[in-house]
Design a protein around this ligand. Structure first.
Ligand code: SF4
Length: 292
C-alpha cells in the first residue's frame, strides 16, 4: 500500500486484481498503455456525467484540497440524488477489511424508496463480455455497495477518514482553492472535519443500496445497448474475494499470475513479454487460481 497507493487503493485496483493480480502489479511497476477502447470508455463516462452536471476544473494545491474537492463533489452528488432522484460519479471512501479504499459510484437512482446502483461499461465489440470479465465488474459494484453501506451503518465514519490522512479537527483547505470556488460563484466548507461530517451524516439519511445490482454494456461502435447483467449482492463470494485481494496489499504473498484455465488472458496482456508466468508459483497457489 505504501509503495503503490499511499493515498488509498482504488476500487478499480481491487477489481482488476480478479482479472490478473500479476498484471495489476506490472501496471504499477511499468505503467499502463492507454488504448483507444479505454479512451472511448472514459469519454462515454464524461458524456454521462455531463448529462446531469456542469463539470468545472479546479486546481487543488494540497492533499487537504484534494480530499475537500472529492467530499464537496460527494455533497453535490447526494443533494442531486435527493432532489433529482439520481446522480452519477459519486465519490466514496471506506474500508475493505483492513484496506483504505476510494472510488466513484457510476450511477445511483432513488426509486420508490429504494436506492439502486447501475454501471455503464462500453465495449469494442457487439458481444456481451465473458464470465471472467463479468466477474471483475460484479466485484467492482459489490465493493461500491459495501463502501456506501459501511458509512450508512456507521462502520466507517468521518474520524476514520481523517485518521487515514493524518488530519485533525483543525485541518483546512488552502485560501487558493477557496478563491477558485468563489470565482465560479460557488462555495466550499474550508474545514475538512466539518465537511466530512456533513457528507457522512447525509449518506446516513439514505437507504442501503439495493442488493439487486445492474451493469449495462454498450457498444462503442453502434452506441447501442448490447445487454444488461443483473445480479444479486453475494455476501459469501464478496467476503472470499475481499480476503483474497487483501493478502497482496498486506504483502502476505507475492502477486499471482493467472492459472492454466485462464492463460488465454495472457494473449491480450500488454505485459506478456515481461511475465514469466512461473508454473511453480501456479502450483503453489493452485487453490487460489479459481479466483483469477
Ligand atoms: S502475461 Fe498473463 S499472467 Fe502475466 S501478467 Fe499478463 S495476464 Fe497476467
Amino acid at each position: 500500500m505504501q509503495k503503490y497507493r499511499p493515498h488509498g487503493i482504488a476500487v478499480t485496483d481491487l477489481s482488476a486484481q480478479l482479472w490478473c493480480e500479476k498484471q495489476l502489479e506490472f501496471s504499477f511497476e511499468k505503467g499502463r498503455v492507454k488504448t483507444k477502447e479505454m479512451q472511448k470508455g472514459k469519454e462515454r463516462h464524461t458524456d454521462l456525467h455531463e448529462e446531469i452536471y456542469v463539470i468545472i476544473k479546479v486546481e487543488p494545491r494540497t492533499i487537504e484540497d484534494f480530499i475537500a474537492v472529492r467530499l464537496n463533489n460527494c455533497l453535490v452528488g447526494l443533494t442531486t440524488l435527493l432532489k433529482g432522484k439520481m446522480t452519477r460519479e459519486l465519490p466514496i471512501y471506506g474500508k475493505v477489511n483492513s484496506l483504505f479504499v476510494l472510488g466513484s459510484i457510476d450511477e445511483l437512482v432513488l426509486k420508490n424508496g429504494k436506492l439502486l446502483m447501475l454501471d455503464t461499461k462500453t465495449r469494442g465489440s457487439n458481444n456481451m463480455p465473458s464470465e471472467s470479465q463479468k466477474r471483475v465488474t460484479r466485484f467492482q459494484l459489490m465493493l461500491y455497495k459495501h463502501l456506501f453501506d459501511s458509512i450508512k451503518d456507521g462502520k466507517f465514519n468521518h474520524n476514520d477518514l481523517l485518521a487515514f490522512y493524518n488530519l485533525n479537527e483543525k485541518s483546512t483547505i488552502t485560501k487558493d482553492i477557496q478563491k477558485q470556488f468563489l470565482e465560479m460563484g460557488d462555495n466550499i466548507e474550508p474545514n475538512i472535519n466539518r465537511l466530512s461530517q456533513k457528507v457522512f451524516s447525509m449518506i446516513k439519511g439514505f437507504p442501503e443500496i439495493s442488493d439487486n445490482l445492474q451493469i449495462r454494456y454498450e457498444s462503442q461502435i453502434t452506441k447501442k445497448l448490447i445487454g444488461s447483467d443483473e445480479f444479486q449482492f453475494n455476501a459469501e463470494l464478496f467476503k472470499r474475494d475481499c480476503d483474497f485481494v487483501e493478502e497482496f496489499w498486506l504483502e502476505k504473498r507475492k502477486a499471482i499470475p493467472v492459472g492454466e484455465s485462464n492463460k488465454w488472458k495472457c494473449n491480450y496482456c500488454e505485459f506478456k513479454t515481461f511475465c514469466s508466468n512461473n508454473t511453480k508459483t501456479l502450483n503453489l497457489f493452485s487453490n487460489k487460481q479459481i479466483l483469477s
